[in-house]
Design a protein around this ligand. Structure first.
Ligand code: GLN
Length: 538
Protein backbone atom coordinates (compact mmCIF):
# COMPACT_ATOMS: atom_id res chain seq x y z
CA UNK A 1 0.00 0.00 0.00
CA UNK A 2 1.35 3.46 -0.93
CA UNK A 3 2.39 4.59 2.53
CA UNK A 4 1.31 8.20 2.14
CA UNK A 5 -2.25 7.69 0.82
CA UNK A 6 -4.91 8.78 3.29
CA UNK A 7 -8.21 6.93 3.60
CA UNK A 8 -11.55 8.53 4.42
CA UNK A 9 -14.52 6.27 5.09
CA UNK A 10 -18.06 7.61 4.90
CA UNK A 11 -20.80 5.73 6.69
CA UNK A 12 -24.48 6.59 6.92
CA UNK A 13 -26.95 6.45 9.76
CA UNK A 14 -30.63 6.90 10.66
CA UNK A 15 -31.94 6.52 7.12
CA UNK A 16 -30.81 5.88 3.59
CA UNK A 17 -31.03 8.52 0.83
CA UNK A 18 -29.17 11.15 2.85
CA UNK A 19 -26.83 11.78 -0.06
CA UNK A 20 -23.60 10.07 1.00
CA UNK A 21 -22.54 10.10 -2.63
CA UNK A 22 -22.99 13.87 -2.87
CA UNK A 23 -21.13 14.48 0.40
CA UNK A 24 -18.32 12.16 -0.75
CA UNK A 25 -18.16 13.90 -4.13
CA UNK A 26 -18.28 17.36 -2.54
CA UNK A 27 -15.48 16.58 -0.10
CA UNK A 28 -13.52 15.04 -2.97
CA UNK A 29 -14.03 18.20 -4.99
CA UNK A 30 -12.83 20.45 -2.14
CA UNK A 31 -9.71 18.36 -1.58
CA UNK A 32 -9.05 18.21 -5.30
CA UNK A 33 -9.41 21.99 -5.53
CA UNK A 34 -6.63 22.22 -2.95
CA UNK A 35 -4.35 20.28 -5.25
CA UNK A 36 -4.73 16.76 -3.87
CA UNK A 37 -5.13 13.75 -6.14
CA UNK A 38 -8.39 12.18 -5.03
CA UNK A 39 -10.55 9.22 -6.01
CA UNK A 40 -13.78 7.93 -4.56
CA UNK A 41 -15.01 4.34 -4.35
CA UNK A 42 -18.31 2.82 -3.32
CA UNK A 43 -18.81 -0.46 -1.45
CA UNK A 44 -22.35 -1.79 -1.83
CA UNK A 45 -23.66 -4.41 0.58
CA UNK A 46 -25.91 -6.37 -1.78
CA UNK A 47 -25.18 -9.82 -3.21
CA UNK A 48 -25.40 -9.03 -6.92
CA UNK A 49 -21.92 -9.01 -8.46
CA UNK A 50 -22.81 -5.61 -9.93
CA UNK A 51 -26.02 -3.63 -10.50
CA UNK A 52 -26.11 -4.54 -14.21
CA UNK A 53 -28.99 -6.98 -13.83
CA UNK A 54 -31.06 -4.78 -11.52
CA UNK A 55 -34.25 -3.11 -12.62
CA UNK A 56 -33.70 0.69 -12.39
CA UNK A 57 -36.55 0.78 -9.86
CA UNK A 58 -34.27 -1.04 -7.40
CA UNK A 59 -31.30 1.33 -7.25
CA UNK A 60 -31.82 3.86 -10.02
CA UNK A 61 -29.71 4.08 -13.13
CA UNK A 62 -26.89 1.67 -13.82
CA UNK A 63 -23.84 3.82 -14.52
CA UNK A 64 -21.19 2.60 -16.98
CA UNK A 65 -17.48 3.41 -16.83
CA UNK A 66 -14.91 3.59 -19.64
CA UNK A 67 -13.66 0.10 -18.82
CA UNK A 68 -17.18 -1.28 -19.18
CA UNK A 69 -18.08 -1.77 -15.52
CA UNK A 70 -21.78 -1.59 -14.70
CA UNK A 71 -21.86 0.36 -11.47
CA UNK A 72 -23.83 2.25 -8.87
CA UNK A 73 -25.10 5.68 -9.90
CA UNK A 74 -22.98 7.38 -7.24
CA UNK A 75 -19.95 6.81 -9.49
CA UNK A 76 -21.67 9.20 -11.88
CA UNK A 77 -21.61 11.86 -9.16
CA UNK A 78 -17.91 11.20 -8.51
CA UNK A 79 -17.10 11.69 -12.20
CA UNK A 80 -19.37 14.70 -12.63
CA UNK A 81 -18.00 16.51 -9.57
CA UNK A 82 -14.32 15.59 -9.83
CA UNK A 83 -13.94 15.41 -13.61
CA UNK A 84 -12.14 12.09 -13.18
CA UNK A 85 -12.82 8.72 -14.77
CA UNK A 86 -13.71 5.80 -12.53
CA UNK A 87 -13.45 2.08 -13.22
CA UNK A 88 -14.52 -1.34 -11.98
CA UNK A 89 -12.24 -0.84 -8.99
CA UNK A 90 -14.38 2.08 -7.81
CA UNK A 91 -17.48 -0.04 -7.13
CA UNK A 92 -17.34 -3.27 -5.18
CA UNK A 93 -20.34 -5.26 -3.94
CA UNK A 94 -20.64 -7.96 -1.30
CA UNK A 95 -21.40 -10.32 -4.20
CA UNK A 96 -18.04 -9.55 -5.80
CA UNK A 97 -16.19 -9.96 -2.50
CA UNK A 98 -17.76 -13.38 -1.85
CA UNK A 99 -17.21 -14.41 -5.46
CA UNK A 100 -13.51 -13.57 -5.18
CA UNK A 101 -13.13 -15.43 -1.89
CA UNK A 102 -15.00 -18.52 -3.08
CA UNK A 103 -12.98 -18.58 -6.33
CA UNK A 104 -9.78 -18.48 -4.24
CA UNK A 105 -11.11 -21.25 -2.00
CA UNK A 106 -11.76 -23.46 -5.03
CA UNK A 107 -8.25 -22.79 -6.30
CA UNK A 108 -6.92 -24.02 -2.99
CA UNK A 109 -5.52 -20.70 -1.83
CA UNK A 110 -6.74 -21.28 1.73
CA UNK A 111 -5.83 -24.98 1.74
CA UNK A 112 -6.30 -26.54 5.16
CA UNK A 113 -8.23 -23.59 6.58
CA UNK A 114 -11.88 -22.99 7.40
CA UNK A 115 -12.92 -20.01 5.25
CA UNK A 116 -14.74 -17.47 7.41
CA UNK A 117 -16.25 -13.97 7.32
CA UNK A 118 -13.45 -12.85 9.62
CA UNK A 119 -10.68 -12.87 8.46
CA UNK A 120 -11.23 -14.03 4.87
CA UNK A 121 -14.14 -11.85 3.79
CA UNK A 122 -12.86 -8.85 5.74
CA UNK A 123 -9.34 -9.34 4.29
CA UNK A 124 -10.81 -9.35 0.79
CA UNK A 125 -12.80 -6.19 1.57
CA UNK A 126 -9.69 -4.47 2.92
CA UNK A 127 -7.59 -5.53 -0.08
CA UNK A 128 -10.22 -3.81 -2.21
CA UNK A 129 -10.28 -0.73 0.07
CA UNK A 130 -6.55 -0.27 -0.64
CA UNK A 131 -6.40 -1.36 -4.29
CA UNK A 132 -6.92 2.00 -6.00
CA UNK A 133 -4.60 3.69 -3.51
CA UNK A 134 -1.89 1.18 -4.36
CA UNK A 135 -2.33 1.48 -8.10
CA UNK A 136 -3.10 5.14 -8.57
CA UNK A 137 -0.76 7.22 -6.41
CA UNK A 138 -3.70 9.03 -4.87
CA UNK A 139 -3.21 11.42 -1.96
CA UNK A 140 -6.69 10.62 -0.71
CA UNK A 141 -9.05 7.71 -1.31
CA UNK A 142 -12.61 8.30 -0.15
CA UNK A 143 -14.65 5.15 0.46
CA UNK A 144 -18.41 5.37 0.67
CA UNK A 145 -20.02 2.46 2.49
CA UNK A 146 -23.49 1.86 1.05
CA UNK A 147 -26.54 1.26 3.23
CA UNK A 148 -27.05 2.25 6.85
CA UNK A 149 -25.09 1.44 9.99
CA UNK A 150 -26.95 -1.36 11.76
CA UNK A 151 -28.00 -3.19 8.57
CA UNK A 152 -27.08 -6.86 8.90
CA UNK A 153 -25.73 -6.94 5.37
CA UNK A 154 -23.21 -4.14 5.85
CA UNK A 155 -21.64 -5.62 9.01
CA UNK A 156 -18.58 -7.13 7.27
CA UNK A 157 -17.82 -3.75 5.63
CA UNK A 158 -18.10 -1.96 8.98
CA UNK A 159 -15.86 -4.58 10.60
CA UNK A 160 -13.33 -4.13 7.78
CA UNK A 161 -13.36 -0.35 8.39
CA UNK A 162 -12.63 -1.03 12.07
CA UNK A 163 -9.68 -3.21 11.15
CA UNK A 164 -8.43 -0.71 8.54
CA UNK A 165 -7.71 1.75 11.33
CA UNK A 166 -4.98 -0.58 12.59
CA UNK A 167 -3.52 -1.16 9.14
CA UNK A 168 -3.34 2.54 8.41
CA UNK A 169 -2.57 4.28 11.67
CA UNK A 170 -4.16 7.43 13.07
CA UNK A 171 -3.03 10.03 10.50
CA UNK A 172 -4.18 8.03 7.50
CA UNK A 173 -7.59 6.91 8.66
CA UNK A 174 -10.73 8.97 9.16
CA UNK A 175 -14.42 8.16 9.49
CA UNK A 176 -17.17 10.59 8.58
CA UNK A 177 -20.65 9.61 9.66
CA UNK A 178 -23.49 11.16 7.69
CA UNK A 179 -26.66 11.39 9.71
CA UNK A 180 -30.07 13.03 9.87
CA UNK A 181 -31.27 15.52 12.47
CA UNK A 182 -35.04 15.41 12.01
CA UNK A 183 -37.25 18.38 12.87
CA UNK A 184 -40.37 17.55 14.85
CA UNK A 185 -42.97 20.07 13.83
CA UNK A 186 -45.26 19.48 16.83
CA UNK A 187 -42.41 19.96 19.30
CA UNK A 188 -40.71 22.64 17.14
CA UNK A 189 -37.43 20.89 17.85
CA UNK A 190 -34.48 19.36 16.04
CA UNK A 191 -33.91 15.90 17.50
CA UNK A 192 -30.50 14.37 18.11
CA UNK A 193 -31.55 10.99 19.51
CA UNK A 194 -31.57 9.03 16.21
CA UNK A 195 -28.00 10.23 15.62
CA UNK A 196 -26.94 9.29 19.13
CA UNK A 197 -28.29 5.81 18.48
CA UNK A 198 -26.65 5.35 15.13
CA UNK A 199 -23.29 6.52 16.51
CA UNK A 200 -23.77 4.07 19.39
CA UNK A 201 -24.16 1.32 16.83
CA UNK A 202 -20.90 2.37 15.23
CA UNK A 203 -19.21 2.43 18.63
CA UNK A 204 -20.51 -1.06 19.36
CA UNK A 205 -18.81 -2.15 16.15
CA UNK A 206 -15.59 -0.57 17.40
CA UNK A 207 -15.66 2.56 15.27
CA UNK A 208 -15.53 6.08 16.67
CA UNK A 209 -16.56 8.53 13.94
CA UNK A 210 -14.22 11.53 13.69
CA UNK A 211 -16.65 13.87 11.99
CA UNK A 212 -20.44 14.02 11.96
CA UNK A 213 -22.08 15.52 8.91
CA UNK A 214 -25.64 16.32 9.89
CA UNK A 215 -28.36 16.62 7.27
CA UNK A 216 -30.97 19.08 8.45
CA UNK A 217 -33.76 21.26 7.18
CA UNK A 218 -32.94 24.01 9.72
CA UNK A 219 -29.70 25.50 11.02
CA UNK A 220 -28.31 23.59 13.98
CA UNK A 221 -28.29 25.84 17.05
CA UNK A 222 -25.14 25.82 19.21
CA UNK A 223 -26.80 23.76 21.93
CA UNK A 224 -27.81 21.03 19.48
CA UNK A 225 -24.25 20.86 18.16
CA UNK A 226 -22.93 20.68 21.71
CA UNK A 227 -25.29 17.87 22.58
CA UNK A 228 -24.26 15.92 19.48
CA UNK A 229 -20.58 16.41 20.31
CA UNK A 230 -21.07 15.32 23.91
CA UNK A 231 -23.21 12.25 23.29
CA UNK A 232 -21.44 11.11 20.14
CA UNK A 233 -17.95 11.62 21.50
CA UNK A 234 -16.72 13.96 18.75
CA UNK A 235 -14.96 17.32 18.91
CA UNK A 236 -17.45 20.21 18.79
CA UNK A 237 -16.03 21.70 15.60
CA UNK A 238 -16.25 18.30 13.95
CA UNK A 239 -20.05 18.49 14.07
CA UNK A 240 -20.78 19.78 10.58
CA UNK A 241 -24.13 21.10 9.49
CA UNK A 242 -25.38 20.03 6.05
CA UNK A 243 -28.46 22.10 5.27
CA UNK A 244 -30.74 20.99 2.45
CA UNK A 245 -29.52 22.71 -0.71
CA UNK A 246 -31.32 24.00 -3.81
CA UNK A 247 -29.00 22.05 -6.05
CA UNK A 248 -26.55 19.21 -5.42
CA UNK A 249 -23.93 21.47 -7.02
CA UNK A 250 -24.26 23.91 -4.10
CA UNK A 251 -23.07 21.27 -1.66
CA UNK A 252 -19.29 21.65 -2.19
CA UNK A 253 -19.51 25.36 -1.39
CA UNK A 254 -21.79 24.73 1.58
CA UNK A 255 -19.32 22.15 2.89
CA UNK A 256 -16.48 24.60 2.35
CA UNK A 257 -18.35 27.20 4.38
CA UNK A 258 -18.74 24.63 7.14
CA UNK A 259 -14.99 23.89 6.84
CA UNK A 260 -15.41 20.18 6.21
CA UNK A 261 -12.22 20.12 4.14
CA UNK A 262 -10.22 21.91 6.86
CA UNK A 263 -11.45 19.54 9.56
CA UNK A 264 -10.46 16.56 7.42
CA UNK A 265 -7.05 18.03 6.66
CA UNK A 266 -6.35 18.77 10.30
CA UNK A 267 -7.22 15.25 11.36
CA UNK A 268 -5.26 13.61 8.56
CA UNK A 269 -2.33 16.04 8.86
CA UNK A 270 -2.68 17.02 5.23
CA UNK A 271 -1.15 20.33 4.26
CA UNK A 272 -2.74 22.15 1.39
CA UNK A 273 -0.57 22.29 -1.68
CA UNK A 274 -2.40 25.12 -3.40
CA UNK A 275 -4.99 27.74 -2.72
CA UNK A 276 -8.43 26.37 -3.19
CA UNK A 277 -9.39 26.68 -6.82
CA UNK A 278 -13.13 26.65 -7.23
CA UNK A 279 -13.45 29.47 -9.77
CA UNK A 280 -14.76 27.24 -12.57
CA UNK A 281 -17.25 25.71 -10.20
CA UNK A 282 -18.54 29.11 -9.10
CA UNK A 283 -18.72 30.19 -12.71
CA UNK A 284 -20.87 27.14 -13.50
CA UNK A 285 -23.16 27.84 -10.53
CA UNK A 286 -23.50 31.48 -11.57
CA UNK A 287 -24.68 30.45 -15.03
CA UNK A 288 -26.92 27.72 -13.64
CA UNK A 289 -28.71 30.17 -11.40
CA UNK A 290 -28.93 33.09 -13.80
CA UNK A 291 -30.22 31.68 -17.07
CA UNK A 292 -30.94 34.04 -19.94
CA UNK A 293 -33.12 31.59 -21.87
CA UNK A 294 -35.44 28.71 -21.14
CA UNK A 295 -36.59 25.55 -22.93
CA UNK A 296 -39.00 22.74 -22.13
CA UNK A 297 -37.77 19.29 -23.04
CA UNK A 298 -39.73 16.05 -22.80
CA UNK A 299 -37.87 12.97 -21.63
CA UNK A 300 -39.95 10.05 -22.87
CA UNK A 301 -39.27 6.68 -21.26
CA UNK A 302 -40.79 3.93 -19.19
CA UNK A 303 -39.10 4.46 -15.82
CA UNK A 304 -40.31 8.03 -15.36
CA UNK A 305 -41.86 7.51 -11.93
CA UNK A 306 -38.32 7.18 -10.55
CA UNK A 307 -36.20 10.06 -11.90
CA UNK A 308 -33.04 8.36 -10.50
CA UNK A 309 -33.46 5.88 -13.36
CA UNK A 310 -32.36 8.73 -15.67
CA UNK A 311 -29.87 10.37 -13.32
CA UNK A 312 -27.04 10.94 -15.80
CA UNK A 313 -29.37 12.26 -18.49
CA UNK A 314 -30.96 14.71 -16.05
CA UNK A 315 -27.54 15.91 -14.84
CA UNK A 316 -26.29 16.21 -18.44
CA UNK A 317 -29.12 18.68 -19.10
CA UNK A 318 -28.03 20.67 -16.05
CA UNK A 319 -24.39 20.87 -17.19
CA UNK A 320 -25.17 21.57 -20.84
CA UNK A 321 -27.97 24.03 -20.04
CA UNK A 322 -25.76 26.03 -17.68
CA UNK A 323 -22.98 26.22 -20.26
CA UNK A 324 -25.29 28.23 -22.56
CA UNK A 325 -27.18 29.92 -19.71
CA UNK A 326 -30.34 28.05 -20.57
CA UNK A 327 -32.80 26.81 -17.99
CA UNK A 328 -33.94 23.35 -19.03
CA UNK A 329 -37.38 22.56 -17.77
CA UNK A 330 -37.38 18.79 -18.06
CA UNK A 331 -40.71 17.00 -18.27
CA UNK A 332 -40.65 13.24 -17.66
CA UNK A 333 -43.32 11.56 -19.76
CA UNK A 334 -44.32 7.90 -19.61
CA UNK A 335 -44.18 6.31 -23.05
CA UNK A 336 -46.80 3.79 -21.92
CA UNK A 337 -49.36 6.55 -21.76
CA UNK A 338 -48.72 7.88 -25.25
CA UNK A 339 -50.93 6.82 -28.15
CA UNK A 340 -51.83 8.33 -31.54
CA UNK A 341 -54.96 9.95 -30.09
CA UNK A 342 -53.36 11.85 -27.22
CA UNK A 343 -49.86 12.49 -28.51
CA UNK A 344 -50.43 16.00 -29.87
CA UNK A 345 -51.93 17.02 -26.58
CA UNK A 346 -49.16 15.43 -24.51
CA UNK A 347 -46.21 16.75 -26.49
CA UNK A 348 -47.52 19.96 -28.01
CA UNK A 349 -45.62 22.54 -25.96
CA UNK A 350 -42.21 20.84 -25.99
CA UNK A 351 -39.19 22.56 -27.53
CA UNK A 352 -37.23 19.31 -27.73
CA UNK A 353 -37.85 15.60 -27.27
CA UNK A 354 -35.50 12.93 -25.90
CA UNK A 355 -36.37 9.26 -26.17
CA UNK A 356 -34.59 7.43 -23.39
CA UNK A 357 -32.58 4.22 -23.22
CA UNK A 358 -34.41 1.11 -22.10
CA UNK A 359 -35.09 -2.57 -22.45
CA UNK A 360 -38.10 -4.64 -23.45
CA UNK A 361 -41.45 -4.08 -25.00
CA UNK A 362 -43.33 -2.10 -22.36
CA UNK A 363 -43.98 1.43 -23.63
CA UNK A 364 -42.27 0.70 -26.95
CA UNK A 365 -45.09 1.72 -29.30
CA UNK A 366 -45.49 5.00 -27.39
CA UNK A 367 -41.85 5.70 -28.16
CA UNK A 368 -42.45 5.02 -31.86
CA UNK A 369 -45.32 7.53 -31.83
CA UNK A 370 -43.08 10.04 -30.02
CA UNK A 371 -40.33 9.80 -32.65
CA UNK A 372 -42.88 10.17 -35.44
CA UNK A 373 -44.25 13.30 -33.80
CA UNK A 374 -40.78 14.83 -33.38
CA UNK A 375 -39.80 13.96 -36.94
CA UNK A 376 -42.98 15.22 -38.62
CA UNK A 377 -43.21 18.39 -36.55
CA UNK A 378 -39.52 19.33 -36.88
CA UNK A 379 -38.98 19.22 -33.13
CA UNK A 380 -35.33 18.82 -32.10
CA UNK A 381 -34.83 15.18 -31.18
CA UNK A 382 -32.20 13.18 -29.33
CA UNK A 383 -32.57 9.41 -29.14
CA UNK A 384 -30.26 7.53 -26.81
CA UNK A 385 -29.51 3.81 -27.25
CA UNK A 386 -33.02 2.28 -27.40
CA UNK A 387 -34.14 5.81 -28.35
CA UNK A 388 -31.90 5.63 -31.44
CA UNK A 389 -33.13 2.14 -32.28
CA UNK A 390 -36.73 3.35 -32.06
CA UNK A 391 -35.88 6.22 -34.42
CA UNK A 392 -34.54 3.73 -36.97
CA UNK A 393 -37.61 1.50 -36.68
CA UNK A 394 -39.99 4.45 -36.96
CA UNK A 395 -38.21 5.69 -40.10
CA UNK A 396 -38.27 2.24 -41.66
CA UNK A 397 -41.98 1.80 -40.92
CA UNK A 398 -43.28 5.24 -41.83
CA UNK A 399 -40.85 6.60 -44.43
CA UNK A 400 -39.56 3.44 -46.13
CA UNK A 401 -42.99 1.87 -45.70
CA UNK A 402 -41.55 -1.32 -44.20
CA UNK A 403 -44.57 -1.85 -41.98
CA UNK A 404 -43.15 -4.85 -40.10
CA UNK A 405 -39.85 -3.16 -39.28
CA UNK A 406 -38.82 -3.92 -35.71
CA UNK A 407 -36.01 -4.87 -33.38
CA UNK A 408 -35.59 -8.58 -32.72
CA UNK A 409 -35.61 -7.58 -29.05
CA UNK A 410 -39.31 -6.71 -29.38
CA UNK A 411 -40.26 -9.27 -32.03
CA UNK A 412 -37.73 -12.09 -32.47
CA UNK A 413 -39.51 -13.34 -35.61
CA UNK A 414 -39.98 -10.03 -37.43
CA UNK A 415 -39.61 -10.26 -41.21
CA UNK A 416 -37.86 -6.85 -41.21
CA UNK A 417 -35.20 -6.79 -38.47
CA UNK A 418 -33.79 -3.27 -38.96
CA UNK A 419 -32.36 -3.65 -35.45
CA UNK A 420 -30.90 -7.05 -34.62
CA UNK A 421 -28.81 -8.86 -32.06
CA UNK A 422 -25.10 -8.21 -32.47
CA UNK A 423 -23.17 -11.20 -33.83
CA UNK A 424 -21.07 -11.54 -30.65
CA UNK A 425 -24.25 -11.59 -28.55
CA UNK A 426 -25.81 -14.58 -30.30
CA UNK A 427 -24.24 -17.35 -28.24
CA UNK A 428 -24.35 -15.59 -24.89
CA UNK A 429 -26.26 -17.47 -22.21
CA UNK A 430 -25.42 -15.39 -19.14
CA UNK A 431 -27.12 -12.05 -18.49
CA UNK A 432 -24.63 -10.34 -16.13
CA UNK A 433 -21.86 -8.18 -17.61
CA UNK A 434 -22.29 -9.54 -21.14
CA UNK A 435 -23.63 -6.55 -23.07
CA UNK A 436 -21.42 -4.45 -25.32
CA UNK A 437 -20.11 -2.30 -22.50
CA UNK A 438 -17.78 0.63 -22.05
CA UNK A 439 -15.87 2.97 -24.28
CA UNK A 440 -15.64 2.42 -28.04
CA UNK A 441 -14.35 4.64 -30.84
CA UNK A 442 -16.65 6.34 -33.30
CA UNK A 443 -15.76 8.21 -36.51
CA UNK A 444 -18.00 11.12 -37.40
CA UNK A 445 -19.05 12.25 -40.86
CA UNK A 446 -17.86 15.78 -41.60
CA UNK A 447 -20.70 18.26 -41.87
CA UNK A 448 -23.06 16.20 -39.72
CA UNK A 449 -24.83 17.57 -36.65
CA UNK A 450 -22.70 15.27 -34.51
CA UNK A 451 -19.50 16.58 -36.10
CA UNK A 452 -20.66 20.16 -35.52
CA UNK A 453 -21.28 19.34 -31.87
CA UNK A 454 -17.99 17.59 -31.10
CA UNK A 455 -15.89 19.74 -33.43
CA UNK A 456 -13.74 16.73 -34.40
CA UNK A 457 -14.14 13.47 -36.27
CA UNK A 458 -12.82 10.94 -33.77
CA UNK A 459 -14.68 10.44 -30.52
CA UNK A 460 -15.00 7.82 -27.78
CA UNK A 461 -18.28 7.17 -25.99
CA UNK A 462 -19.62 4.56 -23.58
CA UNK A 463 -22.05 1.79 -24.49
CA UNK A 464 -24.50 -0.61 -22.91
CA UNK A 465 -26.54 -2.63 -25.40
CA UNK A 466 -27.01 -5.98 -27.15
CA UNK A 467 -28.80 -4.94 -30.33
CA UNK A 468 -27.52 -2.88 -33.25
CA UNK A 469 -28.48 -1.20 -36.50
CA UNK A 470 -28.71 -3.92 -39.17
CA UNK A 471 -26.35 -2.79 -41.94
CA UNK A 472 -28.36 -4.76 -44.55
CA UNK A 473 -30.78 -1.83 -44.45
CA UNK A 474 -28.22 0.97 -44.40
CA UNK A 475 -28.14 1.79 -48.13
CA UNK A 476 -31.95 2.03 -48.42
CA UNK A 477 -32.21 4.07 -45.23
CA UNK A 478 -29.59 6.51 -46.50
CA UNK A 479 -31.30 6.78 -49.90
CA UNK A 480 -34.43 7.86 -48.05
CA UNK A 481 -32.69 10.46 -45.90
CA UNK A 482 -31.68 8.75 -42.67
CA UNK A 483 -27.88 8.93 -42.65
CA UNK A 484 -25.36 7.03 -40.55
CA UNK A 485 -23.14 9.91 -39.42
CA UNK A 486 -21.11 7.98 -36.87
CA UNK A 487 -19.61 4.52 -37.21
CA UNK A 488 -17.26 2.31 -35.27
CA UNK A 489 -14.03 2.37 -37.32
CA UNK A 490 -13.28 -1.34 -36.78
CA UNK A 491 -16.65 -3.01 -37.09
CA UNK A 492 -18.65 -0.54 -39.19
CA UNK A 493 -21.35 -0.65 -36.52
CA UNK A 494 -23.68 2.34 -36.89
CA UNK A 495 -23.30 4.54 -33.81
CA UNK A 496 -25.20 7.65 -34.92
CA UNK A 497 -28.09 8.30 -37.27
CA UNK A 498 -29.39 11.68 -38.41
CA UNK A 499 -32.25 12.79 -40.64
CA UNK A 500 -31.11 15.05 -43.46
CA UNK A 501 -34.14 17.30 -43.75
CA UNK A 502 -34.81 18.01 -40.13
CA UNK A 503 -33.55 20.93 -38.04
CA UNK A 504 -31.89 18.66 -35.43
CA UNK A 505 -32.58 14.93 -35.29
CA UNK A 506 -29.82 12.76 -33.83
CA UNK A 507 -29.98 9.18 -32.57
CA UNK A 508 -26.97 7.69 -30.80
CA UNK A 509 -26.36 4.03 -30.02
CA UNK A 510 -24.01 5.05 -27.18
CA UNK A 511 -24.79 6.85 -23.93
CA UNK A 512 -23.43 10.41 -24.15
CA UNK A 513 -24.85 11.15 -20.68
CA UNK A 514 -22.21 9.05 -18.89
CA UNK A 515 -19.39 11.42 -19.82
CA UNK A 516 -21.00 14.75 -19.04
CA UNK A 517 -19.39 16.60 -16.13
CA UNK A 518 -19.82 20.03 -14.55
CA UNK A 519 -16.64 21.29 -16.21
CA UNK A 520 -17.04 19.43 -19.52
CA UNK A 521 -20.69 19.43 -20.58
CA UNK A 522 -21.51 16.84 -23.22
CA UNK A 523 -21.50 18.47 -26.70
CA UNK A 524 -24.59 16.68 -28.08
CA UNK A 525 -26.65 17.84 -25.11
CA UNK A 526 -25.39 21.41 -25.57
CA UNK A 527 -26.34 21.46 -29.26
CA UNK A 528 -29.67 19.72 -28.62
CA UNK A 529 -30.65 22.34 -26.04
CA UNK A 530 -29.45 25.08 -28.37
CA UNK A 531 -31.57 23.65 -31.20
CA UNK A 532 -34.58 23.58 -28.85
CA UNK A 533 -33.94 27.21 -27.87
CA UNK A 534 -33.59 28.20 -31.54
CA UNK A 535 -36.87 26.48 -32.41
CA UNK A 536 -38.60 28.39 -29.66
CA UNK A 537 -37.49 31.73 -31.06
CA UNK A 538 -38.71 30.89 -34.59
N1 GLN B 1 -32.40 -2.76 -25.26
C1 GLN B 1 -31.51 -2.20 -26.23
C2 GLN B 1 -30.29 -3.08 -26.46
O1 GLN B 1 -29.96 -3.90 -25.62
C3 GLN B 1 -31.08 -0.80 -25.84
C4 GLN B 1 -30.29 -0.76 -24.57
C5 GLN B 1 -30.21 0.62 -23.95
O2 GLN B 1 -31.03 1.49 -24.25
N2 GLN B 1 -29.26 0.82 -23.06
O3 GLN B 1 -29.65 -2.96 -27.48
Amino acid sequence: MASSTKYIFITGGVTSSLGKGIIAASLGKLLQARGFKVTIQKFDPYLNIDPGTLNPYEHGECYVTDDGAETDLDLGHYERFLNITTSQGNNITTGRIYNNVITKERKGEFLGKTVQVIPHITDEIKANFYKLGEEGEFDVVITEIGGCVGDIESLPFIEAVRQAKWDLGPNRFLVIHLTLIPYLKAAKELKTKPTQHSVKQLLEAGIQPDILVCRTEYHLPADVKKKLALFCNVQLNNVIEAMDADSIYDVPLLMKKEKLDERVMTKLKLTSKENTDLENWKDFLGKLKNPTQEVTIGLVGKYVSLPDAYKSIIESFTHAGASIECDVNLRLISSEEINPDNIAHKLQDLDGILVAPGFGERGFEGKIETVKYARENNIPFLGICLGMQVAVIEYARNVLNLKNANSTEMDPTTSTPVIGLMEEQKNIDQMGGTMRLGSYACDLKKGSKAFQAYGKSKIQERHRHRYEFNNDYLATMEEHGMIATGKNPETGLVEIVEIKNHPWFVGVQFHPEYKSTVLTPQPLFVKFIQAAADKKIK
